[in-house]
Design a protein around this ligand. Sequence first.
Ligand code: ZN
Length: 205
Amino acid sequence: MEFSSKLLEKAVNEMAQLPGIGKRTALRLVLHLLKQPKERTSFLSQALTTMREEVQYCSSCHNISDTALCAICANPKREHQLVCVVEDIRDVMAIENTGQFRGIYHVLGGKISPIDGVGPSQLNISSLVEKVKLGGVEEIIFALSSTMEGDTTNFYIYKQIADSGILTSTIARGISVGDELEYADEVTLGRSIVQRVPFEKSLRG
Ligand SMILES: [Zn+2]
């Protein structure tokens, strides 16, 4: 791609670093910004910079938050003894949208995937095991997507907490294997949380 302006080229190249954005799309977005009032670009770049600088991760559940403790963990009305284990914030948002879950979350930040070089130590697993050991947790609900990586991660965590005597369950799936949680419709996802099954049972199935 030949550019008549180095400034334009630089902006397009930066934009094209984003996933799913090729150079053509990047050029279209940048040209769009050029047509808009200058403030639009300021608002956009400021929102991104501030978000990157100031965003925090909840010290309890690792959810993305504006405060040290996220709004869900800080809410006394939530059932803190009920912990739903998810991969990332998109899953928290999807489950919150169902309005069917009153517990709290634990965000792993990914799934165990040896192919991608992701081992248990790179995920927020030890803090979950610690939380269980400290007491106060009555049930862990696994809500990872039912892929091989999701199953491996569930089983790894399950082994770590199996002797604690707490309940472990997995969300009942009305969704086919490999479907990512965030794409499941609200009704199906809500039902799958309410109708969760004991984790041991899911192993035999
Ligand atoms: Zn939290």
